[in-house]
Write a protein that binds this ligand. Structure first.
Ligand code: SAH
Length: 367
């Protein structure tokens, strides 16, 4: 791996950028000027920031401290979903998805290269974990998506549902949430940001203590520990009972309803009994259940149930007083399930982990 770079501007808070400006003898107000260019005017290079002195622009451009990622390819679907493969400074590829749903424009971002959680049905974990993304690498995904929107569109929502487990990269996720929310940053309301977790109990508790008004989604996928442990390895350390206790704590701290993700898998978790058990389990918790039929991956023989079973499952939950949404599959034809694109590229040896060539791509430190 290449030498680790300094944090890019996209990974910095206003205060950090102000400090940096001071340290290089620039007035503090430059920080806001630069942030305005990045987050409001869509600048992708310092050259475009014409109200900065030329000497400073050249210096910053040489040091390459702005974007340290680039869009490699974009796959489009007929439903308007677009999947961006994004190349990192070390050649790794991650993926981010742009979803359009009426007036809602959502960026789905990755938090890690690979994933250590090893859920049997998920493509992201098939190659294990390579590394965490830094704050700038998370933020740049949203900027690439923003720069990719049509003129009359604006980014309204962000979901942390791409590759990786957000709560296993806690500090970078929290910092990026704050940048997404900040008035000098993306300016997106916390209520329009969702963090999805496999259910890391210590992480959920810690997040509750932050008292951010974000939505918490928990990937439950089963209502008993033996079924859940069969498909989600991390369940052995985080039992359903402890996850639900942490979820209640999260609700008490934030007053935000919890979302439970439930991927329906044929023969595993989609029977009448499973639906009844799920309703019983979640009874009394302020929540929404998001049902998602499995998007099958090649590496695993698990399949989604038929449409009738999916409907039956949702009906039982509703009859038991649950609030249910059936997530329509989006972006199937571009393999939009978590981590599929990265896995495919790896298998087909498509420039996975190639290094950028030539000088100038190596971000330098100010020191
Ligand atoms: N690590 C986080 C975010 C990952 S992906 C988490 O576990 O929540 C977001 C959601 O997609 C999770 O609920 C995950 O279980 C689900 N998912 C992953 N692969 C899937 C597939 N092939 N079909 C359906 N849902 C999938």
């Amino acid at each position: 791996m290449k030498d680790r770079h300094l944090t890019s501007f996209t990974g910095m808070s206003l205060e950090e950028l102000q400090e940096l400006c001071k340290s290089i003898g620039e007035p503090v107000y430059r920080a806001r000027q630069i942030l305005l260019w990045i987050y409001k005017k869509g600048a992708t290079s310092f050259e475009q920031m014409y109200n900065l002195p030329e000497r400073l622009r050249e210096e910053l451009e040489k040091k390459n401290l702005l974007f340290q990622t680039e869009v490699d390819t974009v796959a489009k679907t007929i439903d308007g979903t677009e999947k961006l493969a994004i190349r990192l400074f070390d050649g790794n590829i991650i993926e981010s998805v742009l979803l359009r749903n009426r007036r809602k424009v959502t960026a789905c971002v990755s938090t890690q290269v690979g994933c250590a959680m090893a859920c049997s049905f998920c493509a992201s974990g098939q190659l294990g974990l390579e590394r965490n993304l830094d704050t700038g690498e998370i933020i740049e995904q949203t900027l690439h998506i923003k720069n990719h929107l049509h003129q009359n569109e604006s980014l309204t929502n962000i979901v942390f549902m791409g590759i990786g487990e957000p709560l296993a990269n806690y500090d970078n996720v929290i910092k990026s949430l704050k940048i997404m929310n900040a008035d000098w940053g993306l300016g997106i309301s916390m209520r329009h940001i969702t963090v999805s977790t496999v259910g890391i109990v210590t992480g959920i508790r810690r997040l509750a203590r932050e008292r951010l008004k974000i939505n918490l989604a928990i990937s439950l996928h089963a209502s008993d520990d033996s079924t859940r442990s069969g498909i989600i390895l991390s369940n052995k350390k985080n039992s359903i009972r402890n996850i639900l206790a942490a979820a209640r704590e999260y609700f008490r701290a934030t007053h935000r309803d919890i979302s439970f993700e439930y991927t329906l898998i044929e023969g595993i978790n989609s029977s009448v009994q499973d639906a009844t058990a799920l309703a019983r389990l979640l009874n009394g918790i302020r929540c929404i259940i998001n049902i998602l039929p499995l998007n099958p991956i090649e590496e695993c023989e698990l399949r989604p149930p038929d449409r009738k079973t999916v409907e039956m499952f949702c009906n039982i939950l509703e009859r038991n007083g649950m609030v249910v949404t059936l997530r329509k599959k989006k972006g199937d034809d571009v393999n939009a399930a978590c981590g599929q694109l990265r896995l495919q590229r790896y298998k087909h040896g498509k420039r996975y982990k190639t290094r950028k060539t030539g000088g100038g791509n190596h971000p330098l430190s100010f020191a």
